[in-house]
Design a protein around this ligand. Structure first.
Ligand SMILES: Cc1cc2nc3c(=O)[nH]c(=O)nc-3n(C[C@H](O)[C@H](O)[C@H](O)COP(=O)(O)O)c2cc1C
Length: 366
C-alpha cells in the first residue's frame, strides 16, 4: 500500500503519504481507544484547515460518475459509508468526506450525554482483523450533536444513528427515541433506529415484533426524515427477515444489516463483554443481507455493514441487494487509503462485468 502511495505522487506527496503510513502504524501500537481518539482529533484538526482538507481530498478521494446514486432524495457520490460509532459526536464529518467516504453516519446519539462503560472497553484482535467493543453509547448527547449539525456547511449525505440512555426507565424508552428523532427532523438525510447494540442492557429486547412496531410508530410520528432500522447479526435469520418486513410496514425506509455480534465462538479465545466486528463478522453479516434482500429487495433501502474490507466484499454486498455499504473496523487496520482503494476497485469490477453504473449491478445475484 505504502509503495503505491509513494509511486502515485510527486516527491512531496510521496513523503507525506509515507508519513501517513508511519502514523497509521504508530496508532496501531497504542491502546485502541486512545488511538481512536487521536485519529479522530487529527482528522478533525486537519479538516478544519481548508488547505489541509483539500490536500487530504486530493490524495484520498476518488470520483467517478459510475459510482453515483440518488437515494432517500440525496445524491450519494459513491456507495461506501462510514459506519456508526466511529464519529459518535459528529466531530469530523468533513474529514471523513475528504478520506473519500460517500456518506457518513454519526452517533449513536442518546438524549442525554453519557460516559459509557468503564475502560478498557475497546480491544483489537489483529490476527483476525477484528475489534471487540463494549463502549456503551458514550456520547455528548443530543443537544451538542444538534448544535454541531446546525453549523455544518453541507456535504455528502449524512445519517444519524439514534439510541436511548442507559438509565432510561423501560416505559420511557420510546420517548427517548421520539425526542431524538423530533429534534433531528430535517437536520440529516436519514436516521437509524438502533435496537441492536449489545452494550446497553435491554436494548436488543426491542427486536421483538410488537415492541419494534410501537417504537417505530413513535419515531414515524416524530420526524419527517426517512428512518431505517439497524439489526443484530445474532438474530435467527427468519426472525431478522420478519422484523425487517415489519419495520418496512411501519414506515421504515430501509434496514441496516448488521451491528456487532456477541457470538464469541467466531473468534477463538474471545470472551464477554462487548461486540465483535470486522473479518469475523463478514459471512454472518452477508448471510443476513442475503436473507433479508430475498424478501425485501426493491421495497426498501438495504445498507450492508460488517466485515467489509475489500472492493470484492463491497461488490458482493451490492450484487446481493445492498445499495450502500458501510465499514468501521477495516478502516482501523487498513488506514486512510482504504476508501479510495475500494472505490477504484468497484469501478474495475463494473468494467469487468460490462456495467455502466453500480445501479445496474445492485441485486443482480439475488
Ligand atoms: C468501537 C465501535 C463502536 C461502535 N459504536 C456503534 C454505535 O454507537 N452505534 C451503532 O449502531 N453501531 C456501532 N458500532 C457498530 C458498527 O457501526 C458496525 O455495525 C460494526 O462494527 C460492523 O462493521 P465493521 O465490521 O465494518 O466494523 C460500533 C463498532 C465499533 C467497532
Amino acid at each position: 500500500m505504502l509503495a503505491n502511495q509513494e509511486a502515485s505522487g510527486g516527491s512531496a506527496e510521496g513523503a507525506s503519504a509515507a508519513t501517513a503510513g508511519r502514523l497509521h502504524r504508530l496508532l496501531l501500537r497504542l491502546d485502541a481507544e486512545r488511538a481512536h481518539g487521536l485519529a479522530l482529533a487529527g482528522l478533525r484538526a486537519a479538516a478544519g484547515v481548508p488547505i489541509l482538507r483539500a490536500r487530504l481530498a486530493r490524495r484520498y478521494r476518488f470520483v467517478d460518475r459510475r459510482l453515483e446514486q440518488r437515494l432517500l432524495g440525496a445524491r450519494f457520490p459513491n456507495p461506501i459509508g462510514l459506519a456508526a460509532g466511529f464519529d459518535k459526536d459528529a466531530l469530523a464529518i468533513s474529514g471523513f468526506e475528504s478520506l473519500g467516504f460517500g456518506f457518513v453516519e454519526v452517533g449513536t446519539v442518546t438524549p442525554l450525554p453519557q460516559a459509557g462503560n468503564p475502560r478498557p472497553r475497546l480491544f483489537r484482535h489483529p490476527r483476525q482483523a477484528s475489534l471487540q467493543n463494549a463502549m456503551g453509547f458514550n456520547n455528548r448527547g443530543l443537544r451538542a450533536l444538534a448544535k454541531r449539525l446546525e453549523g455544518r456547511p453541507g456535504g455528502n449525505p449524512l445519517g444519524v444513528n439514534i439510541g436511548r440512555n442507559k438509565e432510561t426507565a423501560p416505559d420511557q424508552v420510546a420517548a427517548d427515541y421520539r425526542r431524538v428523532a423530533a429534534r433531528l427532523s430535517g437536520r440529516c438525510d436519514y436516521l437509524v433506529v438502533n435496537v441492536s447494540s449489545p452494550n446497553t442492557p435491554g436494548l436488543r429486547d426491542l427486536q421483538e415484533r410488537g415492541r419494534l412496531g410501537k417504537l417505530l410508530a413513535a419515531v414515524r410520528e416524530s420526524t419527517e426524515t426517512p428512518f431505517l432500522v439497524k439489526l443484530s447479526p445474532d438474530l435467527d435469520l427468519a426472525l431478522a427477515v420478519s422484523l425487517a418486513a415489519a419495520a418496512v410496514q411501519e414506515g421504515a425506509a430501509g434496514v441496516v444489516l448488521t451491528n456487532t455480534t456477541v457470538d464469541y465462538s467466531l473468534l477463538p479465545g474471545a470472551v464477554a463483554p462487548g461486540g465483535l466486528s470486522g473479518r469475523v463478522l463478514r459471512e454472518r453479516s452477508f448471510e443476513m443481507l442475503r436473507a433479508v434482500a430475498r424478501e425485501l429487495f426493491g421495497r426498501c433501502l438495504l445498507i450492508s455493514v460488517g466485515g467489509v474490507e475489500t472492493a470484492e466484499d463491497a461488490y458482493r454486498r451490492l450484487r446481493h441487494g445492498a445499495s450502500l455499504v458501510q465499514l468501521y473496523t477495516a478502516l482501523v487496520y487498513r488506514g486512510p487509503r482504504l476508501v479510495r482503494t475500494l472505490n477504484q476497485g468497484l469501478v474495475r469490477l463494473l468494467e469487468r462485468d460490462g456495467a455502466s453504473s453500480i445501479a445496474e449491478v445492485i441485486g443482480m445475484d439475488l
